[in-house]
Design a protein around this ligand. Structure first.
Ligand code: ZN
Length: 870
């Protein structure tokens, strides 16, 4: 039984059932609530302590087994502690009791708790609706509760809803009563035992389209009536996703229905409320006339991630937020697995490298990263860990583990774990134990090295070749970008599943590296000595980086140029080279020469990661005089791919061809390829006369390039289109375009407008970060100054969500001078902002790495670019 601490409620009283009635007022932005909580007192107490925040509790009464009503003597609302302490002047005996509370609260505008949202329809109709976002610790802003993931209880919810509005919650509606005053009382079925952060309710002028799975679960997609037709794709896919997961988990989906709701104001991408998943509109709605292939994919991907949570996270919940990673990593991994099964042609495991693995590696290469399993206490600390470690690194090590154990053992272990903890809570250890039992492998010992230690290994490869035989020797040390500043030997060791590919061999050589070094014979080559190559981390399912001697890099570069490596290996090689270069393990020119070998590349994800690495590279050299030479290098690299893709879809081409076209054309335009800019201008002119003429996949590219080259008039045209656009996907594309002008005054104007009512709060963050990163030489100073000047407002708006405020601090990472690092430190030293504590340290470390890199590489690069004229 946990004692009360600053971050945990005392374990003396347990909630069993909440009966809640809420009356929101959508004009005054408040609500009134009335709640009966069936509790079990586990040991006699004088005081009942639960969570409440920003609520005004007006009445508290306790009814014991004897039926007597005891009003609270003292209601201590504990300002700032998010706790409600109720004293009844008598010792409350062990056993069952009912707590009755009446309270009022605020429909806030902070996208968390019970919040208001302004909806806008295509015909100009506007108004307010209300929805919830409780994860991690904001259920307490809607009703007093034991707001901890292990305090599972059932919920019997009723809402007073204005006529003309729909109401949706976790379970189906069981009763509606007309109250005769233009409202009705809507009561939902009692939920199963669940954590309070998974409760949700939305009321608004929404409509649904509906379907059902073959098992009979009712599925609904909800949106504003003017756009509900665009829910079709999401509906069809969500049915397939649920059917797949039913089968994979071997446990039928536990609720009667599953709704997906498209909301215009939403902080995260989506939220896995049990049975009522909420989404940003642009992650659920697909308009065939204007939505891109990327959106089509994102919708399925996010639906799969959230639906995976219905079991993993919702049916079985982490015992405390320390194990958040398990929820998020698992859903990320499972989401990819699901989409990969439903759409094999999308090559999701290759895209996973870009979406997850690389992002995890990038953050985890910093000394200021943190272990996957990390102790967290208060709400600010909890918010801080919704990051690339909890999602991306965690998902990547699960992928590594599944590959190591085999898909069948992994799935058996997982089913065991879910069955054992259904409607309850579990810890990371419980999953490892189930996987050990299913596989007979020492999972705990292996995974502990990945989840309890910060960072990941760099494998240094030595190769000895003799008479066609080759032997590799690997040694591991922690990879750190800070290596460029100071070489530090660390004793950290990982248990590394290693796969090695070799020219001419179909199957990789696999083994588990348990010590600091390992050596293996790879046998005789089937290729001529010149064509032989060796690639470690074959298939890139390992979460680590690999470095080779110069001669081996040369062999691999030739293999890339001649198409000898698989796509994932080509991707891994190029991405490792970038990171090794930034960390000072590899000369910058080796990276640039290797990357030049990708001119004939045909994989969409490879192009995206090449584009990302060069985008990062640009932040390092953004103010150097050879920047124009770098542009020429970029044009040279991307041009053949641009020509192969062309502007118009070819008959029979696939989804990945569409993604690739978008990437390469937008990069070519960024590097000022005249043909591409010319095409963009022509297509935009045609679009203004005939909007249907512009293919959805080209809209983002064309808007951005026209804005990049355009004047004030073009800028205002794009702004007008943005204001007029009905769907958020289109709005966001246009907003991003407005961060592209080369004219600083226009960029300033974009920043200024981002915080006005014309731009939704959640989208402003995207605007500001894009100004900073897309052309850092031009925008980073503007964006960073803007963040500093508007910090108080930005903090008020975005700190409650956690990750949005972190994105804004992350902007600083595009700087590359010691002065910038000092400036960031100085700014935050003077400010109380616990949600970004870690991000500030990470940003400062990143800037110092960038600055050291510039010091060491500046001269050599100037020479290299001078001798490589595009
Ligand atoms: Zn999730």
């Amino acid at each position: 039984m946990p004692k009360e601490t600053t971050h945990r409620l005392p374990g003396t009283v347990r909630p069993e059932k909440y009966t809640i009635e809420l009356r929101p007022d959508l004009t005054g932005f408040t609500f009134r609530g009335d709640e009966f909580i069936a509790i079990r007192v586990l040991q006699p107490v004088k005081m009942i302590v639960l969570n409440a925040s920003e609520l005004e509790v007006t009445q508290a009464t306790l009814q014991g087994r004897d039926g007597r009503l005891v009003p609270a003597k003292k209601i201590d609302q504990g300002k700032g502690t998010q706790r409600l302490r109720l004293t009844f002047g008598t010792l409350i005996p062990k056993g069952a009791a009912t707590l009755h509370l009446a309270f009022t609260g605020i429909l806030n505008d902070e996208l968390s708790g019970f919040y208001r949202s302004r909806y806008t329809m295509a015909n100009g109709t506007e108004g307010y609706m209300a929805s919830t976002q409780f994860e991690s610790t904001d259920a307490r802003r809607a009703f007093p509760c034991w707001d901890e993931p292990a305090a599972k209880a059932t919920f019997d919810l009723s809402l007073v809803v204005p006529n003309g509005m729909a109401a949706v919650s976790n379970t189906p509606i069981v009763q509606e009563t007309d109250l005769g005053d233009g409202t009705r009382l809507v009561r939902f079925a009692e939920t199963p035992r669940m954590a309070p952060y998974l409760l949700a309710f939305v009321l608004g002028p929404l409509e649904a389209i509906k379907g059902a799975t073959r098992e009979g679960t009712k599925i609904g997609v909800w949106a504003l009536p003017d756009r509900i037709a665009h829910g079709r794709w999401g509906l069809e896919e969500s049915i397939r996703v649920l059917e797949y997961l039913n089968e994979y988990y071997g446990i039928p989906y536990p609720l009667q229905k599953l709704d997906h709701l498209a909301l215009q104001d939403f902080a995260a991408g989506a939220m896995e409320n049990w049975g009522a998943i909420t989404y940003r509109e642009r992650i659920l709605l697909f308009d065939p006339a204007t939505s891109s292939a990327q959106t089509r994919q994102n919708i399925v991907d996010v639906i799969a991630h959230e639906t995976a949570h219905m079991w993993f996270g919702d049916l079985v919940t982490m015992a405390w937020w320390d194990d958040l990673w398990l929820n998020e990593s698992f859903a990320t991994w499972m989401g990819t697995k699901t989409v990969s099964a439903l759409h094999p042609e999308w090559e999701m495991w290759t895209q996973f490298l870009d979406a997850e693995t690389v992002r995890g590696l990038v953050l985890d290469g910093l000394r200021s990263s943190h272990p996957i399993e990390v102790p967290v206490k208060d709400p600010a600390e909890i918010r801080e860990i919704f990051d690339e470690i909890s999602y991306s690194k965690g998902a990547s090590v699960l992928r590594m583990l599944e590959q190591f154990l085999g898909e069948a053992s992994f799935r058996r272990g997982l089913r065991k774990y879910l069955r054992a903890h259904s409607y309850g809570n579990a810890r990371t250890e419980d999953l490892w134990r189930a996987l050990e039992a299913a596989s007979g492998q020492p999972v705990r010992g292996l995974m502990g090295t990945w989840t309890r230690q910060t960072g990941f290994p760099l494998l240094d490869v030595k190769v000895t070749r003799k008479d066609g035989n080759a032997r590799i020797t690997l040694s591991q040390s922690r990879f750190l970008y800070g290596h460029i500043i100071r070489v530090l030997k660390e004793k950290t060791r990982w248990k590394v599943p290693v796969n090695v590919a070799r020219a001419g061999l179909r199957k990789p050589t696999s083994f588990l590296m348990e010590k600091g070094t390992a050596s293996r014979s790879l046998g005789r080559s089937r290729r001529s000595p010149d064509e032989d190559w060796i690639k470690v981390n074959a298939g890139q399912s390992g979460f680590y980086r690999v470095n080779y001697p110069r001669e081996e890099w040369d062999r691999l570069r030739r293999a890339v140029a001649t198409g000898g490596l698989d796509a994932r290996d080509r991707i891994g090689l190029q991405n490792d080279a970038y990171s090794l270069m930034l960390g000072g393990y590899l000369p910058a020119t080796t990276f640039l020469e290797l990357t030049s070998a990708y001119r004939d590349e045909d994989d969409a994800t490879a192009w995206r990661l090449i584009a990302d690495s060069l985008q990062d590279f640009e932040t390092l050299i953004a103010n150097d005089r050879y920047l124009d030479r770098f542009d020429a290098y970029g044009r040279d690299l991307f041009r053949p791919a641009g020509e192969r893709s062309g502007w118009d879809p070819k008959p029979g081409e696939g989804h990945l061809d569409a993604l690739k076209r978008t990437t390469v054309l937008s990069r070519l335009g960024h590097y000022a390829d005249l043909d591409v800019l010319d095409q963009a201008a022509k297509r935009f002119a045609r679009y203004l006369r005939d909007p249907a003429s512009l293919h959805p996949d080209l809209r983002g590219v064309v808007y951005a390039l026209v804005a990049q080259e355009g004047d004030e008039a073009t800028y205002e045209t794009l702004w007008g289109l943005e204001q007029k656009a009905a769907l958020q996907e289109e709005k966001v594309r246009l907003l991003v375009a407005l961060t592209r002008p080369r004219d600083k005054r226009l960029l300033e104007e974009t920043l200024r407008r981002s915080l006005t009512d014309a731009v939704r709060s959640q989208d402003a963050v995207l605007v500001i970060t894009n100004v900073a990163t897309s052309r850092p030489g031009l925008g980073r100073d503007l964006a960073w100054s803007f963040v500093k000047e508007n910090w108080d407002e930005l903090y008020r708006r975005y700190a409650p969500s956690g990750f949005l405020i972190r994105r804004l601090v992350e902007i600083a990472q595009v700087f590359a001078t010691p002065e910038a690092a000092k400036d960031v430190e100085r700014f935050f030293r003077a400010r109380e902002a616990p949600e970004v504590h870690r991000m500030v340290r990470q940003s400062v470390e990143r800037i110092r790495v960038n600055a050291a890199w510039r010091m060491q590489n500046g001269k050599e690069l100037a020479r290299w670019f001078a001798s490589h004229q595009g």
